[in-house]
Structure formats: C-alpha cells, structure tokens
Design a protein around this ligand. Structure first.
Ligand code: ADP
Ligand code: MG
Length: 235
C-alpha cells in the first residue's frame, strides 16, 4: 500500500485584484488530509472556501506555498501536467453537477475513463457497479437531462469515483438538495473514503451533513482552524 499523503497544502497564499485593491483571500493556509479521512471546510460566503478547493484540485494556482497531491509536488507543474494529475488522482463534485448534456448516465462515466485512456472491460464493469451502488441501475441509459437534481448529483458522484482517484473534492455538493437527499449524497462520499481508504475534502454550508466527516475546519484569518467540537458519527 502506498503511503503517499493524498493532500498537503503548506503556507498557501492567494490574493485577488479588486479594482485597484489587492484582496488577501488565503494567508499561510495549511491543510493535511490523510488517507481514510473525510474533511469538511466551513465558513461564511466569500471567505475563500472554493479558492482552497480549486488550488487543492490543481484548477487554480496559488501565489506562493506548496501543493502536494498524492505525494506529488505539483506546485510548479505546467497546465498539461496539472491536467494529467486531475485526471489520474482527483475526483470533483460541484454544486451544480456539471454533467455533459445529451449524454446518457452511463456515458458520463465512460467519457471520463476514455479521457484517461482507460476504457476497457474492467472499466465498463466498474461504471456499472458504481451506478448500481448509487441507486441508478434503472437510469443508466437515460439522458441526464431527464433526471431529478438528486439523481444528477448521484451521477456526478459515480463519475467522480470512476477513475478511482485518491482524492475527492466536493464544493457544496448538497446546495441544491433537500435534507434527506443531502444526507444520501454525503453518505456516499463518506462510504467511498472509508471503505476504500481514499481522502475527501468537502466545502459546505450544510451543518446537517457534518456528522459524516472526520474533521471540520473553519476558515479563519485566511487559513483553516480545526473546530473544537468535531462531530461524532452517531446520528
Ligand atoms: P467562498 O467559496 O468561501 O464563498 P471564494 O473562494 O469563492 O469564497 O471567494 C473568496 C473571495 O475571493 C471572494 O471575495 C471572491 O469574490 C474573491 N474571488 C474569488 N475568485 C476570484 C477571481 N477569480 N477574481 C477576483 N476575485 C475573486
Ligand atoms: Mg464557494
């Protein structure tokens, strides 16, 4: 078994230009996520949560600091190498499920495997098994546009797991869902992390799903601090 840390952010700084002002969004931010760990990041709107996630996901660069994904230092990678890391090592789940319109449920998963050059018999079976595990066995051939919000989000989750990434990043994955659907979605992420010894970071506003996470960090002065009363897993 590999001992690589799924995610390690060290001394991350990020500023944005706002007219003629420089806004410091992240300042000396550190985050270490171990294998088997499901971490939540909470904080007010505009506090930099999505920025942390996009830096952790190699979608955006930091101004300074070090980014290790699955033990690999990607800090100075070019766009092509970052794209490779994203395909190989990271599964993303966004608030709006960001599915490809006009493709069937099954083909959403096929597409990401094809992009990674890994569409074969084993991948086909994995896509089928994943869609069964998220309760979509009867919807595999349906166009995603015919699905409900909760179903779309379950497709997005199965797709995020398809290439067996070590790191799952979810930005407000339950924002468009009601409480019971929200819990189902987050439970699926927790199960993948804990059963398969993966790692996940979830940004959320939703206190009702924090009980599935192992640690809760709050945005604080441009960095992260651990919430004192971490949730227990008893519901
Ligand atoms: P959160 O996800 O916690 O709501 P964000 O990370 O999206 O916060 O944004 C943090 C702050 O950075 C906000 O004030 C936002 O307006 C600003 N911001 C985010 N992205 C950019 C950008 N590309 N250019 C300028 N400002 C940005
Ligand atoms: Mg956000």
């Amino acid at each position: 078994m590999t001992t690589n840390t799924p995610l390690k952010l060290t001394s991350i700084n990020k500023q944005f230009q706002d007219g003629d002002r420089q806004l410091t969004i992240l300042q000396n931010l550190n985050l270490h996520v171990a294998r088997g760990e499901f971490v939540a990041v909470v904080g007010p709107s505009g506090s930099g949560k999505s920025t942390v996630l996009s830096i952790a996901g190699a979608l955006q660069s930091a101004d300074s600091g070090e980014i290790l994904i699955n033990g690999e230092d990607i800090t100075t990678y070019n766009d092509h190498d970052k794209a490779n890391v994203r395909l190989r090592s990271i599964g993303y789940i966004f608030q709006a499920s960001n599915l490809v319109p006009f493709l069937s449920v099954f083909d959403q998963l096929k597409l990401v495997a094809e992009l990674a050059g890994e569409w074969n018999a084993a991948a086909k079976k994995r896509a089928t098994d994943l869609l069964i595990s998220v309760g979509l066995e009867k919807k595999m051939t349906k166009n995603v546009q015919t699905l409900s919000g909760g179903e779309k989000q379950r497709v997005a989750i199965a797709r995020a797991f398809m290439n067996e990434p070590e790191l799952i990043l979810a930005d407000e994955p339950t924002a468009a869902l009601d409480i019971s659907r929200s819990k189902e979605i987050v439970e699926l992420i927790a199960k993948e992390v804990h059963d398969k010894n993966k790692a996940a970071v979830m940004v959320t506003h939703d206190e009702s799903v924090l009980c599935y996470c192992d640690k809760v960090y709050e945005m604080f002065e441009g960095g992260l601090r651990l919430r004192k009363h971490s949730p227990s897993n008893t519901l």
